[in-house]
Design a protein around this ligand. Structure first.
Ligand code: NAP
Length: 552
């Protein structure tokens, strides 16, 4: 279904539902489906005009998933996964959005989704144990459960650069790309940033623009995708036993089925090591980081992979000075999210592309006509901000969420997010997060993690209802322990060594805390399952009378 044929959104205005779900991306869509299956009345509020979440907003040129198509899809419906055909090894944004739209049609989800509606505030009423949810369209809805399916990378961020508003040309953010498309043909374009989004957009923009100037502060490691049309044999292999393959993927560290080499990079000969890296480089994709078991825990091992990629960059980029600027130094490979590209480094060999290193000479201002550093001004017609997101917490804290005693979530998380399992936060009964901070989320195949959280939540809600319980809430003790565990596991890795958005380091003033859980999708799943099986250890479950009826 195309957006233009969408039914008119009818605001709810007032009413009572069992559950409010915030966001109609892959998490919100599946949550709605599961809650309907339990017989609950649920409504989804979504800011966009259609479903798709990340894939609805991030329409920049070259946007593509870096998890293989056969794995980046729902697994809950055997029919759906058999019927759907992906055209490429790694799907591009339009195809993933079509998939989301297809699922919405197939499950008739849209009738319970209120589009173009932003949730502004949700507060817990201790007298009734209900959430009061307000939207920017004037809805005032009460709900037993409030489920934040708001995504980890959905709060787009513009840097605080002087003169931003003075620019007379066009400005775009990759995370809010205009739906009607953008014609950059013949234009002088600036791209600010060189993260995953920029690395995908730059080669495409370079082919369109008269001239492209890339402003790079921190270079990134990137692996070629080797994207190709879907191989029929490979698709057949997946579909021949999808259930079994999915079951294995769910227990992998990243929720992705790929060959993890159990050996240390330091236990093999240099020739064997090189052969492993070469094979993975030739195959393409993020599985490069699974070349050895200790790349993310041992700096010496990591250095071997980092240097391999730097050498590749030196080989791909003709001008040695440009190659050195593009070759990442000073942080371990993989500790900022590894990028996957199609001819990114080669793009800097083009005559119409200029790289500006702003590490030592930051962008001082956007002027009416361009971008200025202390070395001078670059005149441009358009600026593309590929400057990322207020990751993991931004989409949650920008809603005025109020728990017990009016406690605000933003206030509670002032020193960094605090959750139990990334599912709930103490003081906010019946407020659930899907792939929240403290869960594997962004370190995993998001759809695998989304399905795990949604299934866990649906089972949890069914448990509460079957026993006549009104609320579930994480205890402070369980939260303390989980936060300590998340940090302890992160500290065993090299991740904290990089100034990444995982650490909140991309937002001035944001606390430096490693936000996702790096203990692995499989281990985390087992933990969640065990906690539920033991009667929700670490949660306080209460009947309407407020009496605690289940173990902590
Ligand atoms: P990002 O990784 O946070 O990159 C933002 C870029 O903007 C960085 O290079 C950053 O430099 C730069 N920047 C920010 N402020 C700046 C300033 N004032 N001056 C100069 N440069 C500035 O954001 P993203 O590329 O949108 O990616 C975010 C995440 O989304 C990814 O890590 C990934 O998880 C996900 N994603 C995935 C895919 C995929 O599946 N293929 C594609 C796109 C995005 P510094 O590094 O120096 O801060």
């Amino acid at each position: 279904m195309s957006e233009t044929t969408l039914p008119e959104t009818t605001p709810l205005k007032t009413g009572k539902v069992d559950a409010v779900i915030v966001g109609a991306g892959f998490a919100g869509m599946y949550m709605l489906h599961r809650l309907r299956g339990l017989g609950l009345a649920a409504v989804v509020f979504e800011q966009g005009t259609d479903v798709g979440g990340t894939w609805y907003w991030n329409r920049y040129p070259g946007a593509r998933c870096d998890v293989e198509s056969m794995q980046y899809s729902y697994s809950f419906s055997p029919e759906l996964q058999q019927d759907w055909h992906w055209s490429e090894r790694f799907s591009a944004q339009p195809e993933i959005l079509r998939y989301a739209q297809h699922v919405a049609d197939r499950l008739e989800l849209r009738r319970d989704i209120r589009f173009e509606t932003k949730v502004t505030r949700a507060s817990f009423d201790e007298a009734t144990n209900l959430w009061a949810v307000e939207t920017d369209r004037g809805d005032q809805v009460t709900a037993r459960y409030c489920i934040m399916a708001t995504g980890c990378l959905s709060s787009a961020r513009l840097p605080d650069i002087a003169g931003l508003d003075s620019f007379q040309g066009a400005t775009y953010h990759t995370g809010h790309w205009p739906h009607e498309g953008v014609d950059l043909a013949g234009k002088r374009v600036a791209v600010i940033g060189t993260g995953s989004s920029a690395i995908q957009a730059i080669p495409v923009i370079a082919r369109q623009a008269a001239h492209l100037t890339v402003f790079q502060r921190t270079p990134n490691f990137s692996i070629p995708s080797r994207n190709a049309p879907m191989d029929a044999e490979y698709e057949g292999w997946w579909k021949s036993d999808y259930e079994a393959h999915r079951a294995k993927a769910r227990m992998m560290r990243t929720g992705i089925l790929y060959g993890l080499n159990e050996k240390s990079a330091l236990e093999v000969t240099p020739a064997e090591r090189l052969a492993e890296y070469e094979a993975r480089w030739a195959k393409g994709g993020t599985a490069f980081m699974a070349a050895f078991s200790d790349l993310i825990t041992n700096r010496e091992a990591n250095d071997t992979a980092a240097e391999f990629v730097r050498e590749k960059i030196r080989g791909l980029v003709k001008d040695p000075a440009v190659a050195e600027i593009l070759a990442p130094q000073g942080y371990p490979i993989g500790t900022k999210r590894i990028c996957v590209d199609t001819e990114y480094f080669e793009t800097f060999n083009r005559a119409n592309v200029t790289l500006v290193d702003v590490r030592d000479a930051p962008i001082e201002a956007i002027t009416p006509t361009g971008v200025r550093t202390r070395h001078g001004e670059t005149a441009v017609d358009a600026i593309v901000f590929a400057t990322g997101f207020d990751a993991m917490t931004g989409a949650l804290t920008r809603v005025d969420l109020r728990g017990r005693d009016g406690l605000g979530l933003a206030e509670k998380w002032a020193e960094g997010p605090r959750t139990y399992l990334g599912l709930m936060t103490a003081g906010f009964p019946n407020l659930f997060m899907i792939t929240g901070p403290g869960s594997p989320s962004v370190l995993s195949n998001m759809i695998v993690s989304i399905e795990q959280h949604v299934d866990w939540l649906a089972d949890c809600i069914a448990h509460l209802r079957a026993r006549g319980l009104e609320t579930i809430e994480a205890t402070r003790e369980a939260e303390e322990e989980w936060v300590a565990h998340v940090n302890e596991v992160a500290d065993r890795t090299l991740y904290p060594a990089a100034n990444s958005w995982y650490m909140g380091a991309n937002i001035p003033g944001k606390p430096r805390v490693f936000m996702p859980y790096i203990g692995g999708v499989g281990a985390y799943r087992e933990k969640c399952t065990e906690i539920a099986a033991q009667g929700y250890t670490g949660f306080r479950l209460k009947a309407g009378s407020q009496a605690a009826v289940a173990a902590e």
